[in-house]
Design a protein around this ligand. Sequence first.
Ligand code: SF4
Length: 342
Amino acid sequence: MKDIKDLDLKELEEILTGWGERPFHARQIFAWVYKKGVTDFDVMSDLPSDLRLRLKGNFYILSLNLIKRIKSYDGTEKFLFELKDNNSIEAVIIPTEKRITGCISTQVGCKFACRFCASGMLGFKRNLTNPEMLEEVLYLKNNSLGKKLTHIVFMGIGEPLDNYDNVVKAIRIINSPHTFNIGARRITISTSGIIPAIKKLSGEGLQIELSVSLHAADDNIRSRLMPVNKIYPLKDLITACREYISKTNRQLTFEYVLIKDINSGLQNALKLSKILMSLNCKVNLIPCNIIKELKAQPPEKSEILLFRDYLLKSGINVTLRRPRGEDIEAACGQLRLHYEKE
Ligand code: SF4
């Protein structure tokens, strides 16, 4: 028995054909699962009854168990789910004027232990399956305040490129007109900089957005903040990013979380502008959320603006983001961290 969401449309059509059934039933099944959110084959009234019986004997349709749902004053809404094996994960809805973004987790915990992130604090347990990630999207779609879910970001708990095959398959399914029909350019993978996976991704032919968490412009600070830098140092990472941009012809985004007294001074802005010079990229500056466990604090507003203005003057495309959901612990992994510690 496996979850039917483990299959893409072509795989399901092949199974149906092998059973002597008409392949178009696959589209009907996808419509029930992804568009109507049905979790019981018996409800699929336009399928022949013997096919429903056979589907029930071979597949199940997973649904997530919601443990907690909290909403921020800024509209950001966070969901904590329990999985079949009692592990927990988080997903977030982030509404803005023009878009409704779903942020989903890709792993239970994380191996990479970035210093500013709560997700790595409980260690790594396992990869999420493709159906578990699709179920997160389905849940967010059905709970997106009556509005259409327009964007998906793989920025929740876990390093997406450390769960490469499942994430790429989930993206192809999310992108399908028979499921969520969310355009590839509205899907973002955020990575801490796993170089071999960035190279592999550049050959997938996906028009998705890639966002690389940089957070420092020299190896000393970056290795302190992100231990992954000791395996994939900055110089090699920037080279891999340059190759990715040239192979995919896509602009790349660098995320830079500003943390007081660590990576925020003007000398850091100077180093950053040097390493990004001549790259087709943009930089998202994000003042860090306060995480009590890590004693991380955002810099003063004046320092943040100085940093941004220096990059702008250097010809770098910069966006200053406000942290979302500060009052509901919306930084990656914070809710799960507190739930699992309770
Ligand atoms: S920022 Fe991403 S890669 Fe780093 S510990 Fe958190 S989830 Fe893992």
